[in-house]
Ligand binder design. Structure first.
Ligand code: A3P
Length: 302
């Protein structure tokens, strides 16, 4: 980590969590404060955007795509922590550089990240017909992963008990808004724009097949050997041990990995260890209502 970042991190103790809203969606107040800059962000035609609901496998796909663009050059992929090399557009946590500033200062081709629901995406991305890789993950595992993330992320509200969080998540009363609207909104847009809609569960089940799909979408062709190398370097274990992807460079005052590691489990079906029988019934009823007619389906176990 460079000296500048070290100093910045040292100055960030006792974070004050304040939330705000943009068009009814909850975000950290610092994001709301620069909303004009975010909305007016200028995408470039050769950008690639990774869009996800939080905890859907963003970091994983960022690393896969970066390595694909680098044709498997692992050393280059470790040039900077994942949150520096892939600017997070709506991120703004002072005194760090905002995602907008980081992206503006970056040379093309840029790999960018967002958790924004499609209706809040800066219009320039779709106007410029930017390639978007959307990654969706089943709601139950997302909920569990987000619960642990909110516990360890000192810039987000404390999630409360699991029972309290269950109700909040189901009601969409969490940062970046509700899971249902997010996955359905992007799903509806996928055939009108250059959007590759992927599923976390498919990536776990048949990674090489999904990596090939991604390569085709990116317009790249790599040998089986290079794809295997990328697969190896982006395995859960490799990314958990890699300081550039496991967020260990971020101090505990911001991400407290003694509460829960960023690379937590990386599995499909961990929800079964958390959902009570009664919660599962409530969830399945709501899910049926909300997803009906969407044409979108998820696997919650493999
Ligand atoms: P869990 O909390 O269920 O373990 P995001 O990057 O969108 O914040 O998503 C984080 C989730 O993706 C975490 O889920 C994390 O463990 C999982 N993840 C990260 N890298 C992964 C990998 N290489 N393989 C499988 N899962 C991964």
């Amino acid at each position: 980590m460079d000296e500048e970042m070290k100093k910045l991190f040292e100055s960030m103790k006792d974070l004050e969590v304040k939330m705000g809203q943009v068009e009814g969606i909850t975000f950290p107040e610092s994001t709301c404060e620069i909303w004009d800059q975010i909305h007016n962000f200028q995408a470039r035609e050769d950008d690639i955007l990774i869009a996800t609901y939080p905890k859907a496998g963003t970091t994983w796909v960022q690393e896969i795509v970066d390595l694909m663009l680098l044709e498997g050059d692992v050393e280059k992929s470790m040039r900077a922590p994942c949150f520096v090399k892939v600017p997070f557009i709506e991120f703004n946590l002072k005194p760090m550089k905002s995602g907008v500033d980081l992206a503006n200062a970056m040379e093309s081709p840029r790999l960018l990240k967002t958790h924004l629901p499609i209706q809040l995406l800066p219009p320039s991305f779709l106007d410029k017909n930017v390639k978007v890789v959307y990654v969706a993950r089943n709601a139950k595992d997302c909920m569990v992963s987000y619960f642990y993330f909110q516990r360890m992320n000192k810039a987000l509200p404390d999630p409360g008990t699991w029972d309290e969080y269950f109700s909040k998540f189901l009601a969409g009363d969490v940062s970046w808004g509700g899971w249902f609207d997010h996955v359905i909104g992007w799903w509806k847009a996928k055939d009108k724009h250059q959007i590759l809609y992927m599923f976390y569960e498919d990536l776990i089940k048949d990674p090489i097949h999904e990596y090939r799909k991604l390569l085709k979408f990116l317009g790249k062709d790599l040998t089986d050997e290079v794809v295997e190398k990328i697969h190896h370097h982006t395995s859960f274990q490799a990314m958990k041990e890699n300081p550039m992807t496991n967020y260990s460079v971020v101090p505990a005052a911001i991400l407290d990995q003694s509460i829960s590691p960023f690379m937590r489990k990386g599995k499909v079906g961990d929800w079964k260890n958390h959902f009570l029988v009664a919660q599962n019934i409530v969830f399945d009823e709501e899910y049926k209502k909300r997803m009906e007619g969407s044409g979108l389906s998820f696997r919650t176990q493999l």
